[in-house]
Write a protein that binds this ligand. Structure first.
Ligand code: DCP
Length: 230
């Protein structure tokens, strides 16, 4: 028992000098990313970084998420540039634990949301060019470590129903077509690998299951994530 404790302590000390094993949790809107992160609250030695949606909803009193949904042509650029900043902050945040779990990333912002807004014309090509240059600059100049991506794969209709049920005020007019297009971009990025770089191996999870059954599904990923925790 004593040896085990010393071992663990040494493990922790050496782990704190190392880079954490970094896991990105990705998936469509309403796929259960937050619930997935909450599942890992029960374990020690993991830092959980949930998405800064609350920051997007209140920047000096301004609800950028709401502004973007109400008038995308005017506010998408502002919103996505703030997302870039808050995501970079999460990627760079130091952790004292050997495992770091992050909800979303700079990658899904660029390869799913910004990509969609460029393709459907919400972003002016010049606005897209600026966001893309920021992404490329960060990618080139700042180390962003990713070791594993957990992809919560869903069916668009299922998450659309969930989004309506959870009734986040800003998302009330999100059409099924938008969810379908975002789904396709996640698939192209993480499964088909057709247009964008995938920065780490992908672990796919069936996230269509409802809350009563999803824990079993989440457990399947525990081994891959926890083997890195001391
Ligand atoms: N969003 C966006 N652009 C981004 C990231 C998010 O427009 N680069 C929007 C889409 C949603 C809201 O922000 O309206 C939050 O989306 P997420 O899918 O990131 O988070 P959820 O809260 O839906 O995650 P989940 O339900 O899976 O926990």
């Amino acid at each position: 028992n004593f040896c085990f404790k010393v071992d663990r302590l040494l493990g922790k000390m050496s782990a704190s000098n190392l880079k954490p094993f970094t896991v990105l949790v990705e998936g469509n809107i309403g796929s259960g990313k937050t619930t997935f992160l909450e599942h890992f609250q029960q374990f020690q030695d993991i830092t959980l970084l949930t998405e800064p949606v609350e920051e997007w909803r209140n920047l000096k009193g301004w609800n950028l998420l709401d502004l973007m949904y109400k008038d995308p042509a005017k506010w998408a650029m502002t919103f996505q540039s703030y997302v870039t900043m808050t995501m970079l902050d999460m990627h760079r945040r130091p952790t004292s634990t050997p495992v770091k779990l992050m909800e979303r990333s700079l990658y899904s912002a660029r390869y799913c949301f910004v990509e969609h807004m460029m393709r459907n014309g919400t972003l002016h090509p010049a606005q897209f060019a600026v966001l893309d240059e920021w992404f490329r600059f960060i990618h080139r100049e700042i180390p962003i470590d990713v070791d594993l991506i957990v992809y919560l794969k869903t069916t668009p209709q299922v998450v659309h129903d969930r989004i309506k049920k959870r009734a986040r005020s800003e998302e009330q007019c999100v059409p099924l077509s938008y969810i379908e297009e975002l789904h396709k971009l996640h698939e192209d990025w993480l499964v088909n690998r057709t247009f964008a770089e995938c920065p780490a191996p992908v672990l796919m999870i069936d996230a269509d299951l409802d809350l009563s059954q999803i824990t079993e599904e989440y457990k399947k990923s525990e081994h891959q994530i926890l083997k890195r925790a001391v």
